[in-house]
Design a protein around this ligand. Structure first.
Ligand code: NAD
Ligand code: MG
Length: 395
């Protein structure tokens, strides 16, 4: 049997490692050709030794040099850029799991070089779906979104049209601060936000989940990937994170997709086209009926999660999402580095949206890659300016 050729972009992250777990259980079926990471030296070293990929892309220059030195005279080729990879090399499956807009260009490149692409990197969908989707059509690449909500929507709506659908609920756990008293929100520290009650994820998505920015990003992601009317979507709080999407059909039927809070479920189903026996991958007992008994749903409290007030065409259509995404990346990074308080994320985004130049950058319909970076750069600069202007107030 010919082994499937695999690439994992962002292999040292939470999604990257879960993907490696799934693939490694069936080593005889897969050939790991390429892995990539930014700067986690220890993990990169470990992955080269364990998985023996043909290529490892290390984007951080200092770490790249250390890794090159460490693996000199070894079989693995260490690259600093994805573009150094010969374009004739083709993959059967790529898992796009870099965090942030840094994943945009690699995702575009690997959509060209792969038969099937599992998309986790939501920021690249948000900023460049109009580019990625063109390549998908041209190259007939198979795409499976593995963000659990989108994976679920895809499964639930397969074979249905916009006209058949009444409503689509995207669930949000509400994160670690669902019940925390408001007056203490400004005391929230990064480590509090990392403690997601149900999922174990990377730092950025954990912070995005805690204030519901992750759901805004996911709404945009859904608008882009699926052709359903944006007005049909609603975010609903579901603290157990067991149901990822609910679709109400006009014919009176409703469907939801339930799976445990383990990303290896959407990842393995996407790899094996749903033909997987999950007990071979996840050992723990599922207690499905017991868990169903305790399922709750509730409306989103806008006072607790003011970020949902951004659900407005003005902020979520055309090139506005590029601004939202870039500002949010800067703000999350600043919060992680203790440069701004927790509420500074929402407050600063609000200011960016009110800036007199916002309208100029937010109205591009299908910006090319150069224009995307121009918009992204403006938003980052503006956000940093606002942070430094308000720094006195923040501390
Ligand atoms: P993570 O922070 O754990 O991992 C990120 C990976 O990207 C790492 O391998 C890192 O080395 C790499 N990376 C970071 N900056 C880079 C750069 N500048 N250039 C190249 N590589 C870089 O993140 P994660 O939680 O695995 O999330 C990855 C993506 O998947 C995000 O877009 C996230 O929103 C999405 N996602 C994650 C989950 C989850 O459960 N973790 C669920 C749904 C969607
Ligand atoms: Mg999700």
């Amino acid at each position: 049997m010919i082994k499937k050729k695999i690439a994992i972009l962002g292999s040292t992250g939470s999604i990257g490692k879960s993907s490696l777990d799934v693939i490694n259980l069936n080593k005889n079926k897969f050939n790991i050709i390429l892995l990539s990471a930014n700067s986690n030296f220890k993990e990169i070293k470990n992955q080269i030794k364990t998985y023996r990929p043909k290529y490892f892309v290390v984007t951080n220059l200092i770490v790249y040099e250390k890794i090159v030195k460490k693996f000199r005279n070894k079989k693995v080729k260490i690259l600093r850029k994805f573009t150094e990879l010969p374009s004739k090399i083709k993959f059967d499956i790529t898992i796009a799991a870099i965090v942030g807009i840094a994943g945009l260009e690699p995702t575009i490149q690997f959509t060209k070089q792969s038969k099937k692409i599992l998309l986790a990197n939501k920021e690249s969908i948000i900023c460049g779906w109009h580019i990625i989707s063109k390549i998908i059509k041209k190259n007939k690449t198979e795409v499976v979104p593995i963000d659990s909500e989108h994976f679920s929507i895809k499964q639930l709506t397969n074979g249905y049209k916009n006209a058949d659908i009444k409503k689509i609920y995207i669930t949000a756990s509400g994160g670690p601060f669902l019940k925390r008293p408001f007056h203490s929100f400004n005391k929230i520290k990064p480590k509090d936000a990392y403690k997601h009650p149900n999922w174990s994820m990377g730092k950025k998505i954990s912070i995005d989940s805690s204030n519901l920015m992750n759901k805004i990003l996911e709404l945009i992601e859904a608008y882009k990937i699926f052709l359903f009317d944006p007005k049909k979507y609603e975010i609903i709080i579901h603290p157990q994170s067991l149901i990822h999407a609910i679709v109400l059909f006009k014919n009176g039927q409703s469907k939801f997709l339930y799976h445990d809070t383990d990303m290896r479920i959407p990842i393995s189903n996407a790899i094996y086209d749903n033909q997987v026996d999950i007990k071979n991958i996840i050992k723990k007992n599922n207690n499905f009926l017991d868990k169903l008994k305790n399922i709750e749903f509730m409306k989103v409290d806008k006072k607790r999660f003011p970020i949902v007030t951004f659900i407005n065409n003005k902020f979520l259509s055309k090139s506005a999402p590029i601004i939202l995404n870039a500002s949010n990346e800067v703000l999350v990074d600043s919060f992680i580095k203790n440069k701004i308080p927790y509420n500074g994320i929402f407050n600063t985004l609000n200011r960016v949206f009110k800036d007199r130049d916002f309208g100029k950058y937010a109205v591009k319909k299908t910006p090319g890659i150069y224009e995307i970076y121009k918009i992204d750069k403006w938003a980052r600069k503006k956000t940093l300016q606002l942070i430094s202007r308000n720094y006195e107030k923040f501390i």
